[in-house]
Design a protein around this ligand. Structure first.
Ligand code: GCV
Length: 722
């Protein structure tokens, strides 16, 4: 066989593979959502014609697991999107070569002498540049590190997937935050705390012998949006994860994640020295305890040399911690930090700490517990702070700690899984919610001291930076239980990479990559997504209400709930409805936790006239007849918000139905079914809350708000979860 026929045979085989992949993709896989936003179906014809001359071959020289992943991704991606095979080449022989690599892996990249440009971008940053090589127009994707080159490859594919021009590319990017982590609250028995998309992705009983290939897909999806860390186990931790047996399993997962730049973190149970080591104490100042953790750290790094570090939930909701031994959070965190420091590991200490004491306000607890330790944590400790002061409610003001610990490495924690936002049943796009937090101004160093600038280290020049999102993934075929909630995983990664990205841009990217390029449909879906968070707040917790959900499972309304032994787990503790009005007085006449904010913020929240209405009942106990900006009474306004939320679910169902035929039938039908549940739940929330609050306000349901479908007794009798 001559070399020519060899080449044409190769081309035929690649073509067949692509055709088969497309066929299988379209007929079997395309519709079940498994491929997430990495769908490489052919782009609209005009775009293929525009792009084709610019992408004629893929030149990725060298071999490593990451370089192989880059090559695979670009061949599949470009061939799929451009509708015909894009071959691999060893060199530039024609116009349109796509050259990818590092100066070490690629002689072509090395020949450009970009080292001074690449070095400041770090091993995860990249440069994509159109230029001429040997007289041929080419595109070069280069990075100082292989993972950076992989991120660049995904960025390039995203440009194609979102129909961006690629003629004269000059892109330089690097992540703004260093640790970009997905936190899994997965238990070792395969269940997922607050997980609504099936079972855990980690099959502990089969590992390390059998590794589910899906783990590679998980790592690849994360790499495509720049996520570089994965906390494998629940922060309500089982010490068993640190046994030699489990560490072998962890190592097998790490091997799959490594080529994609995803490092592993583990939740460490503070009492592990007792449970696993047989010590009598876990007192962080006891030398034997310190030695036990040091040896454990050495053992972990033997198994997983690039292990990221520990995440610790201590003295919170029954978890053990240093306070158990009359030691401080700093004592605990710094002891673990010393064990990890020789390996460059970090400790991520959670600020989600609240101890019930008489008359206290839970919203102020984390600040009271942690703020006094500002400046005392070791250099490899990050303090992980939830976006709001209570607990991932549909809307909370930003956490006051973000403006109050200038000498501590703070790391925001978001919740992607929808514990309080309708599980995987409600379509809610979380970008606007997270934007609201990231854009909040702490005023810690004057105006423009936003949470984003605290997180990315630019406000206080913190050395280590990071962000964590509690994952919404699981074993469901579509990963997140609801097709649209893939967008929240996507968003988290994009914001972790660049916390300034606008919600609209993220929505547009995701829709184009995942659902459709059809302009009218894209605009309709973007409108749905961008309005969804406000709508959910309207039908669940408008005007600053919070924590009025059913106890335990947290799905559906139960503002009447008052039977938990801990007052701060009961909704009545939070809304404080009485004959006078509604809301939690956190001003100086109440709990005064408003004082935890910088004076500029505090004064705005403290004053009823300047407090943003979306936080009114968070900070104030407001009379039912208080005049709102609209001129309506608070009661009428509250009722109209609830109605507005319900109206949104109805118009969204109509809008979605109008897209039948544009979206593939399987995903269209699945989303339509979920939207029906969402409408039912929104009505349930509106009616149950208004009927209950009406027992205090004694005011009629205003005009424009539908009369409740059931009685309060009926709503009280039945939880929405069955
Ligand atoms: C992992 C809330 C959730 C708990 C969760 C906790 C936390 O209380 O309901 O399930 O526990 O937050 O963030 O630690």
């Amino acid at each position: 066989m001559n070399p020519g026929s060899n080449r044409s045979c190769q081309r035929f085989l690649v073509g067949l593979a692509v055709a088969l992949q497309l066929f299988v993709g379209v007929r079997a896989k395309a519709d079940d959502g498994y491929r997430l936003w990495l769908r490489y179906d052919p782009l609209p014809g005009r775009m293929i014609r525009t792009y084709r001359p610019g992408v004629t071959s893929i030149v990725v020289t060298g071999h490593s697991a990451t370089l192989d992943a880059i090559r695979r991704e670009l061949v599949n991606g470009c061939s799929g999107l451009l509708g015909s095979p894009v071959p691999i080449a060893g060199d530039v022989r024609q116009d349109g070569a796509l050259i990818v690599g590092t100066p070490e892996s690629s002689p072509l990249v090395a020949s450009l002498r970009w080292n001074t440009q690449l070095a400041p971008l770090g091993p995860e940053g990249f440069r994509i540049h159109s230029l001429k090589l040997g007289g041929h127009p080419v595109i070069v994707i280069a990075s100082a590190g292989e993972v950076g080159a992989l991120y660049g490859a995904f960025h390039f594919l995203r440009l194609l997937q979102t129909l961006q021009p690629i003629k004269r590319l000059d892109v330089t990017q690097k992540p703004r935050l260093q640790l970009r982590m997905l936190d899994h609250w997965d238990n070792l028995d395969g269940s997922v705390e607050r997980g609504y998309a099936g079972k855990s992705l980690w099959n502990w009983s089969a590992l390390p012998g059998a590794v589910d290939p899906r783990l590679g897909d998980y790592a690849r999806a994360n790499a495509s949006i720049g996520i570089n860390g994965s906390l494998l186990n629940n922060v309500n931790a089982n010490a068993k994860i640190l046994t030699a047996d489990y560490l072998r399993k962890v190592a097998a997962i790490a091997d799959v994640f490594r080529p994609y730049g995803v490092r592993i973190f583990l939740s460490a149970r503070f009492s592990a020295p007792i449970e696993l080591g047989g010590l009598k104490t876990a007192d962080p100042l006891n030398p034997e305890v310190g030695t036990w953790w040091k040896q454990k750290a050495d053992e972990i790094y033997q198994a997983v040399p690039d292990f990221g570090g520990f995440v610790v939930k201590a003295n919170s909701e029954g978890q053990p911690g240093p306070r158990t031994y009359n030691r401080t959070h700093v004592d605990g965190a710094n002891m673990l930090a010393a064990a990890l420091a020789p390996h460059n590991g970090v400790v991520i200490w959670r600020a989600f700490v609240y101890d019930m004491k008489p008359g206290y306000d839970r919203a102020g607890a984390a600040y009271e517990n942690l703020q006094p330790f500002d400046g005392k944590f070791a250099g490899n400790v990050l303090l992980q702070v939830k976006n709001g002061p209570i607990d991932f409610q549909p809307r909370e003001p930003f956490h006051p700690l973000f403006g109050a610990m200038p000498r501590t490495q703070l790391m925001p924690e978001f919740q992607i899984t929808q514990e309080y936002l309708g599980f995987s049943n409600h379509l809610v796009f979380l970008a606007p919610m997270w934007r609201e937090v990231l854009d909040s101004d702490t005023y810690a160093k004057g105006p423009r001291s936003t949470v984003a600038r605290v997180a990315d280290g630019s406000l206080y020049a913190q050395r280590l930076t990071g962000i964590a999102g509690v994952a919404n993934t699981g074993s469901d075929r579509n990963w997140t239980g609801h097709h649209f909630l893939q967008a929240n995983w996507y968003t988290f990664g994009r914001l972790a990479w660049n916390p300034d990205l606008p919600s609209r841009q993220i929505a547009g990217e995701w829709i184009g990559m995942t659902l459709t390029h059809e302009p009218k449909a894209l605009a309709t879906i973007a409108r749905i997504m961008l309005g969804s968070h406000e709508a959910l707040v309207d039908y669940m917790t408008p005007l600053g209400l919070h924590h009025i959900m059913w106890g335990g499972h947290h799905y559906g309304p139960a503002p009447w709930w008052d039977t938990f032994e801990r007052a701060d787990w009961n909704p009545v503790y939070y809304h404080r409805a009485d004959d006078r009005g509604l809301g939690f007085d956190r001003t100086s006449t109440g709990s005064n936790t408003v004082s935890q904010y910088h004076p500029a913020v505090r004064n705005r929240f403290e004053n009823l006239a300047t407090c943003p209405e979306e936080f009114l009942l968070w900070f104030h106990h407001v009379p039912w007849d208080h005049r709102m900006k609209s001129g309506r009474t608070m009661w009428d306004e509250l009722a109209l918000h609830y109605q507005r939320g319900v109206d949104w679910t109805r118009s969204t169902r109509k809008d979605w139905n109008s897209l039948a035929g544009v979206i593939d039938p399987e995903r269209h039908a699945a989303v339509a079914k979920k939207l029906a549940i969402q409408e039912r739940d929104a009505i349930w929330w509106r009616d149950a809350c208004l009927l209950y609050f009406q027992t205090f306000s004694k005011l009629p349901i205003p005009a424009g708000v539908e009369k409740p479908a059931r009685t309060l007794k009926e709503y009280k009798a039945k939880s929405l979860v069955w």
